[in-house]
Write a protein that binds this ligand. Structure first.
Ligand code: ARG
Length: 465
């Protein structure tokens, strides 16, 4: 078997021959952990500075290592550094390149460090950036929702329970529900961040190190809030990744629910919305079709992120302390979750911004042609001293007879109303008009226009926070 020079360098003299090439490929993570390279370089620069700061290496050596790592960063950005599988992983790739660039001093970089605490550090640095970016994307999505909502305060849409028409609501109110959900997502990510932002570096392979390192100095350089207090936990904790994918899963739940609604609304059965050409696709065979591919894909991709959450939970559950190679499997799940949630947020933001044309005539007709004002009739009687449950039963009978005669509530004559109950007066017609039905729900957090306007103000000020 051919012994590659990289492997001679990678492992100790304990090994007499090289890995089987297929095993090398199987073992390698460079194909995906290259994603971490910038974070690996940043983490290694901080480590090198700490080694110099504590006198473990000389200041000149520290400076050489930092400069060499910076050179690798530039080379990588310019496409001049593209390590292959022979490097095994990004950490070895960088270390090997560093030694090529700066000579033997490069071999000092790994003093007082293990790939175990290194990879944990890289992953946290990566995830911090991704969380910041996803939080910004949530803000953009919320802004698009709020802008759409501002145009539709007085647009009415049927509100559903059990997917049965229940009570009409302001379309803005409906859209603002998603702003609330994603606000929780935004806050949850901030909370996850606190537990991502703990530094494992200095845990060594599992037990700490014999060198007089200064972990708090590294934490300060890399802007970590804390350092892990237990080295075994430091190298083997992936709670932060699971928490992130859990938060990502909830974001996907919210995007998927909205997607499902858009898909329904765009159907011929609902006809509440038309998808604009910039956000819809055609069929290769049925020329009349306009398909809601964007929300369908978002709904579909949601399962992927849930799958990653499950994968990470199962990955961890049987692992004895401390590091196990199984942990290499955390990366693809994490990276794909980040990419998926980010791509879905971007697509849904565009969909909200320019993809939907609400068919207001159709919506107005929808809320006028059903019995979704029945509760308001009961409320009308209850406000006139008929106990609510009794009023509810009376209205049930009214709906039954109206259905039988093919009439809507608004079509009943005043004599018919008064025959049902003497408390009905001509103002019943105004009370059950859809606009009034919505306006009247003026309780805090309700769909009344006044409440919705206040909710929009609150949402706006939250976005500017
Ligand atoms: N590529 C490895 C991972 O992603 C880096 C750490 C390897 N550590 C080890 N002891 N083999 O987990």
């Amino acid at each position: 078997m051919v012994e590659s020079p990289s492997q001679q360098q990678t492992w100790s003299q304990r090994f007499e021959s090289a890995l089987h090439p297929a095993i090398a490929r199987f073992n390698a993570s460079i194909g995906f952990d290259i994603e971490l390279i910038e974070y690996d370089l940043t983490g290694s620069q901080a480590h090198a500075r700490m080694l110099a700061h504590t006198g473990i290496i000389s200041p000149a050596e520290g400076a050489q290592l930092v400069a060499g790592l910076e050179q690798i960063r530039q080379d990588y950005r310019q496409g001049l550094f593209t390590p292959g599988v022979d490097a095994e992983d990004v950490h070895f790739a960088v270390e090997r390149r560093l030694t090529e660039l700066v000579g033997d001093v490069g071999k000092k970089l790994h003093t007082a460090r293990s790939r175990n605490d290194q990879v944990g550090t890289d992953t946290r640095l990566y995830l911090r950036d991704q969380i910041d970016q996803i939080k910004q994307q949530i803000r953009a999505f919320q802004t698009a929702l709020v802008e759409l909502a501002e145009q539709h305060v007085e647009t009415l849409i049927p509100g559903y329970t059990h997917l049965q028409r229940a009570q009409p609501v302001s379309l803005a109110h409906h859209l603002l529900a998603y702003v609330e959900m994603t606000q929780r997502d935004w806050e949850r990510l901030g909370d996850v961040y606190r537990r991502v932002n703990i530094l494992p570096l200095g845990s060594g392979a599992l037990a700490g190190t014999t060198f007089p390192i200064d972990r708090h100095y590294v934490a300060e350089l890399l802007d970590f809030d804390q350092v892990y207090g237990n080295s075994l936990d430091g190298v083997s904790d992936r709670d932060f990744a699971i928490e992130f994918v859990c938060a990502a899963s909830l974001i996907m739940v919210h995007l998927s629910r909205l997607s499902e609604e858009v898909i329904l609304w765009a159907s011929e059965e609902f006809r509440f919305v038309t998808l604009t050409d910039s956000c819809a696709t055609g069929s290769s065979i049925m020329p009349q079709k306009k398909n809601p591919d964007v929300p369908e894909l978002v709904r579909g991709k949601t399962g992927r992120v849930f799958g990653h959450l499950q994968a990470l939970l199962v990955l961890m559950k049987g692992l004895p302390l401390a590091y196990n190679k199984d942990l290499q499997e955390d990366k693809e799940a994490l990276f794909d979750s980040v990419k998926t949630v980010s791509a879905c947020l971007e697509a849904m933001t565009i969909l909200m911004r320019e993809g939907l044309e609400f068919r207001t005539e159709r919506l107005n007709a929808a809320v006028a042609e059903d019995f979704s004002n029945a509760t308001d009739v009961a409320d009308y009687l209850a406000a006139r001293n008929v106990p609510f449950r009794e009023a509810y039963n009376i209205v049930g009978r009214v709906v039954k007879t109206s259905l039988a005669s093919g009439k809507l509530l608004k079509d009943l004559t005043i004599d018919e109303w008064q025959a049902i109950h003497p408390a009905f007066e001509p103002d019943i017609y105004a009370a059950i008009a859809p606009r009034q039905v919505v306006a009247a729900r003026n309780s805090y957090g309700g769909t009344g226009f006044e409440q919705v306007r206040q909710a929009l103000v609150r949402a706006r000020s939250q976005l500017n926070h």
